[in-house]
Design a protein around this ligand. Structure first.
Ligand code: SAH
Length: 394
């Protein structure tokens, strides 16, 4: 294995189990690693620190183990088995639920790898060349570890570093599911289009937050902004909402939402969807004379990079201000940010500014985060990305 030796003191973060080595920390590379190769990381005195995948970029190594051990099939099998055992222990693999995240990158000790399970299909997404090159072994490990999974679909065309010398192709690594592109989440059925949908096809990370919405939906009129597959809408309908409106600017998302509503609540006249820009829809509300008891704001990441942070915070403020302006007295707003570069504090401050601007009395009822199958490695706080607030607006 190629050796990477760090500069003095640069071992400190690895001794605290932080799973990345930045390129600036490297003193010497012994040999010529190709992107994706496994490398051994040593401190300046040549003490062993960790083993990881080599990358070209500011993160130079993504650690897969802090123990000196062979990285063979057994190693990967063990990692997948541990992750699956945890999901079973969390009660996510039950008759009424077969939708869950099996592998959440650093949170499961597998930087660069995401795996979501939809009933009998696991959808795998590599974010590093190292994981891309391990894909066949990982796919086999998944079907061996997860009794229900028969198919593994690989979907990494858009997630791998674009300048890496590889040409990833989306497709099945194991099996080939052509019939059943749907799965159960908390007893509700969802069409999941992993072939064409965003990310792995469904936003698994909102499961618990959708359940919370269900609890507050009885007798309420609900507006679900940025609905995508209509997850929140379907839960609101089950919770006894009197009316649910879903909004998304993508025609495909609206079709998915309509499909999912129909699948669970056929011919239900309480639901209506709008293929429209969110800001435009909120701006036109007063002309429609429609006010809502509950509004959900779950926009796409407004900032994917640090440079976009300022504009993103403005965007969150503007969006939330609109919701505060429009919601009925005694209404509830569910507001989210999934931008990794926006911290919990920054998001809260943006929502605070929006509240102050609206001059309404706003109280925080819940502070939400990502669910347990998206665990945050305690040594890698960067893994915390989903933030949400549930607000009471007087
Ligand atoms: N709430 C969803 C996930 C939202 S993903 C869930 O629970 O699964 C973000 C969605 O926002 C996408 O479907 C995208 O089409 C939509 N979107 C992006 N920009 C938009 C805009 N300006 N107006 C309305 N929808 C938008």
């Amino acid at each position: 294995m190629i050796i990477i030796q760090l500069k003095p003191k640069k071992e400190e973060s690895l001794l605290r189990f932080h799973p990345w080595v930045f390129s600036g920390a490297i003193h010497k590379i012994e040999g010529k690693p190709a992107e994706g190769d496994l490398v051994e990381v040593l401190d300046v005195n040549r003490n062993f620190l960790a083993i990881g995948h080599y990358q070209i970029g500011s993160i130079a190594v993504r650690i897969v183990t802090f123990e000196k051990m062979p990285i063979n099939n057994e190693f990967w099998n063990k990692k997948i088995q541990l992750a699956y055992a945890m999901r079973v222990s969390l009660g996510l693999v039950v008759e009424t639920n077969n939708t869950y995240r099996l592998i959440h990158g650093e949170g499961d000790g597998l930087p660069g790898l995401i795996v979501d399970v939809y009933d009998q299909t696991a959808v795998m997404q590599a974010h590093s060349v190292g994981m891309h090159e391990t894909r066949e072994i990982l796919a086999k490990a998944i079907v061996d570890a997860v009794p229900n999974v028969k198919h593994v679909y690989y979907k990494s065309e858009t997630t791998l570093p674009f300048n890496a010398p590889i040409t990833p192709e989306d497709g099945y690594l194991i099996g080939n599911e052509t019939e059943k592109l749907s799965a159960l989440e908390n007893g509700l059925e969802f069409h999941v289009d992993w072939l064409r949908g965003q990310k792995t096809g469904f936003f698994v990370d909102q499961r618990e937050n959708r359940s919370l919405l269900e609890r507050y939906s009885k007798g309420k009129s609900v507006l679900n902004m940025f609905c995508y597959t209509g997850g929140f809408s379907v839960y609101a309908l089950r919770g006894g909402a009197t009316l649910v409106h879903s909004v998304d600017s993508s025609t495909k998302a609206i079709l998915l939402t309509n499909n999912n509503v129909e699948l669970n609540f056929p011919n239900d006249t309480r639901h209506k969807s709008f293929d429209e820009d969110a800001f435009k829809y909120l701006n036109n509300l007063h002309t429609n004379e429609q006010k809502y008891d509950v509004i959900i704001l779950d926009p796409p990441a407004f900032a994917k990079h640090r440079e976009a942070l300022r504009n993103a915070l403005k965007g969150y403020k503007r969006l939330n201000a609109k919701a505060f302006e429009q919601i009925k007295p005694g209404g509830i707003v569910f507001t989210f940010s999934c931008s990794q570069v926006v911290s919990k504090e920054q998001f809260r401050l943006a929502v605070f500014s929006a509240a102050a601007e609206s001059k309404r009395n706003v109280r925080i009822l819940h502070q939400l985060s990502q669910p347990a199958d998206h665990p945050i490695n305690i040594y890698h706080p960067e893994g915390e990305y989903l933030k949400g607030l549930v607000l009471w607006v007087e």
